[in-house]
Design a protein around this ligand. Structure first.
Ligand code: ADP
Ligand code: TRP
Length: 323
């Protein structure tokens, strides 16, 4: 039997190269070999988005982009978190075995409130809902970027606590990080993140994309001098997208080291790479935007499949606690 993976992303803004490099690329690479559950974390997004229209648009766009990036609805169950209400039921059950100190220790609440997000109870208990998302389909692996490791550890702790008290109900999943992914830097060299306003959206119109890439912060080494590729944001992004063994990456590194190459040249090479690497995705996205009926159908099928699996796990948990 195929092993199973589950992952999700919050619809809190346009997806970017960091989401692709850390998370979505893995979903696409693993489909076929694994049974795939990928969802849109719509309830999680309520912790940061309070504009109903913006939320609705973001949800739709993320589904389109999942498919454009290469998720195949024939091989992957793609669904919306709020279409599978048993997940929130499970979240409540888990919250009753979750010691408060476990949430006190979670770093995402501290980080997000420090950045100005409202300190709501939803944000505080966010990792419990995430644990319910995960445990609800008995996955073997959860493919994510590095910053999510703590959430997967909390999920395992909660599952163990529950199992210890009520018997073996939940399967313990492991996180899965793409070997060479790391944390992708944004325009300013910090972690690329929606909340830092430093993201690169690979679906941008070409002209805008080229202009944006020119804003990547580089040092002031003169054009003629040799440069160190590994500390340069432009090169780091190039390498993450093309791959470290790719000839284009090797050539670019050699040009850095040889001197005589300006950062403008490297930025142009990065723009060409993005347009080439995401050429098919960009086309597919246009087609999907014009076919809302298809997207609705994908979501209906995904929700039906998820409800079946999640229903089974929730029933196990309800029985175990005596309901
Ligand atoms: P953001 O920080 O932009 O809000 P999310 O928290 O929604 O991104 O992340 C969604 C997924 O993308 C997660 O699995 C996360 O680990 C991954 N991810 C986000 N930013 C990066 C990055 N800069 N590098 C690698 N992976 C990332
Ligand atoms: N917390 C994740 C993020 O910010 C999104 C998420 C919610 C998730 N539920 C999940 C990721 C379950 C993996 C599995 O990116």
């Amino acid at each position: 039997m195929k092993k199973r993976i589950l992952s999700g992303i919050q619809p809190s803004g346009q997806l970017h190269l960091g989401n692709y490099a850390g998370a979505i690329r893995q979903f696409v690479e693993m489909q076929g070999e694994y049974e795939v559950y990928v969802f849109v974390a719509s309830y999680h997004a309520l912790t940061s988005t309070r504009d109903p229209e913006v939320l609705g648009n973001n949800i739709r766009q993320i589904v389109i982009d999942y498919i454009a990036f290469g998720l195949d609805p024939k091989q992957a169950n793609i669904y919306l978190q709020h279409d599978v209400p048993q997940v929130t039921e499970l979240s409540w059950i888990l919250s009753c075995v979750c010691p408060k100190h476990m949430m006190d220790k979670a770093t995402s609440y501290k980080d997000k409130t420090a950045k100005g997000l409202a300190a709501s109870i939803g944000l505080y208990t966010y990792p419990i809902l995430q644990a319910a998302d995960i445990l609800s389909v008995d996955p073997d692996f959860v493919p994510v970027g590095e910053d999510q490791i703590q959430h997967i550890e909390i999920t395992r702790d909660l599952a163990q606590k529950f199992n210890h008290h009520y018997g073996e109900v939940f399967k313990l999943p492991a996180h899965r990080i793409r070997a060479d992914a790391g944390v992708l830097p944004g325009l300013d060299g910090e972690k690329m993140s929606k909340s830092y306003g430093n993201t690169i959206d690979p679906f941008m119109p070409e002209k805008k994309l080229r202009k944006l890439l020119n804003k990547i912060v580089t040092d002031s080494t003169p054009m003629e001098d040799p440069k160190e590729p590994e500390t340069c944001t432009v090169y780091k992004i190039f390498k993450a997208i093309a791959g470290s063994d790719d000839q284009r990456t090797v050539d670019l590194a050699n040009q850095y080291r040889a001197g005589g190459m300006g950062y403008g040249h490297a930025k142009k090479a990065l723009a060409d790479l993005i347009l080439d690497h995401f050429g098919d995705a960009r086309k597919r996205r246009e087609e999907l935007m014009a076919d809302p009926g298809y997207v609705e159908k994908v979501l209906a099928d995904g929700a039906a499949a998820a409800r079946e699996k999640v229903g089974e796990v929730t029933e196990r948990a309800r029985k175990a606690v005596g309901l």
